[in-house]
Design a protein around this ligand. Structure first.
Ligand code: PLP
Length: 389
């Protein structure tokens, strides 16, 4: 059998592999605490579930328009107006099955041999995977611990060449928890005015998860970039809906037709009842979503203190999302070795920083989407395991 060469270039998201290994160990009776996977440990709020059940009972069983039902796209634009203070036309919104789909569409629209695509490193692993899949050249945008893992706008601008087609930004960030401040975003947006050939994919899936009064700075705010910003968001993280597969992209007018065509070729439309749930999520009470962020904030404080008390660990305060990304070089153990050691010997699932790009060596990711009790117990085990090494 001869398969396409591109298949060999496709990477993966190790969090799913670690989850499978953790589940296999748990099935053998091992006590595993999972701080590996990036999904809220909360249930989807009831009123959202009920909206999906009602939609099914009301007979919403057929295809919907490929770009999503109009009421949902309108609800998305109202949400963007409320939280990002930006007016968007519902015609530019494309509902897709999960946040990842906008990413895949954007990268495959611009990626091909000879093109350069810049992406955060360490960053969400699917960026680099899909860039490689398209045969474009991945250009890492280094994120530095010293600046709270925010990008350095001058550095990003200096990496742009005539071949750069797409720059991927992600704030708040997975895996670092870094949140880019307005000053740095302004600098980048101003600099991008000089590079009209560059499109920007702004992954804002953690936009509602920010701490200590930090503000979310959306790329949609910059009017001069409107015709070349693709904004990615979705329901997975904000409403604890990872399994529903609900996401959206806001596309520039000249790209929305391509995105619609890709959708028609791939999935036709998103599950109709899930779309009704999506409306209930955006238009209904926000207390559950807000409470979840409060809980993450409390756990964030706990985990940062606990991690900084582990000999050889140094953990900056994450500004957003639900990840801590400590520097572990002081342990003298490599990132992947530490991931495997902690899973096998301490029953604690975490993810090696190298799963997020080569610049993740020396770091590991802890997801704090778990109870405070489990977090404290996990880090007690980490200390015990490293002590006995
Ligand atoms: N973007 C980032 C930065 C993420 O961390 C994730 C999920 O972990 C996604 C996108 C994908 O979200 P979804 O599960 O909705 O596809």
């Amino acid at each position: 059998m001869k398969t396409a060469a591109a298949l060999s270039r496709l990477g993966t998201e190790s969090a799913f592999e670690v989850l499978a290994r953790a589940n296999a160990l748990a099935a053998q009776g091992k006590d595993i605490i999972n701080l590996g996977i990036g999904q809220p440990d909360f249930k989807t709020p009831d009123h959202i579930v009920e909206a999906a059940v009602k939609a099914l009972r009301d007979g919403h069983h057929g295809y919907t328009p490929a770009n999503g039902i109009p009421e949902l796209r309108e609800a998305v634009t109202a949400d963007i107006a409320k939280y990002r203070k930006v007016t968007v036309d519902p015609a530019n919104v494309m509902i897709v099955p999960g946040g990842k789909v906008t990413m895949f569409f954007a990268i495959t629209m611009f990626g091909e041999a000879g093109a350069e695509i810049m992406y955060p490193n360490p960053g969400f692993p699917i960026y680099e995977s899909v860039i490689n899949f398209t045969d474009a050249t991945p250009v890492p945008m280094p994120l530095h611990e010293e600046s709270g893992y925010a990008f350095d706008a001058d550095e990003v601008l200096s990496l742009i060449t005539p071949k750069t087609r797409l720059i991927i930004l992600n704030t708040p960030s997975n895996p670092t928890g870094g949140a880019v401040p307005r000053s740095e975003m302004d600098k980048l947006a101003n600099g991008l005015a000089e590079h009209p050939h560059v499109t920007i994919l702004s992954d804002e899936i953690y936009a509602r998860m920010l701490y200590d009064g930090r503000e979310h700075v959306s790329l949609l705010e910059y009017k001069h970039l409107h015709d070349r910003v693709i904004m990615l968001d979705g329901w997975s993280k904000t409403y604890a809906m990872t399994g529903w597969r609900m996401g959206y992209g806001v596309w520039p007018s000249n790209l929305i037709e391509h995105a619609t065509r890709l959708s028609i070729n791939v999935h036709s439309c998103v599950n109709a009842s899930a779309q009704f749930a999506g409306i209930a999520a955006l238009e209904g009470p926000q207390d559950a979503a807000d409470e979840m962020v409060k809980a993450f904030d409390q756990r964030r404080r706990v985990i940062v203190d606990e991690l900084n008390a582990v000999p050889g660990f140094k953990c900056p305060e994450p500004g957003g999302a639900f990840y801590a990304f400590p520097n572990i070089t002081g342990t003298g153990i490599g990132s992947m070795d530490l991931q495997n050691k902690l899973l096998n010997e301490a029953g604690v699932a975490i993810i090696s920083g190298t799963s997020f790009g080569a610049l993740g060596e020396g770091y590991v990711r802890f997801s704090y989407a778990n109870s405070t009790r489990n977090i404290i117990e996990a880090i007690r085990r980490v200390k015990e395991c490293l002590n006995s090494a």
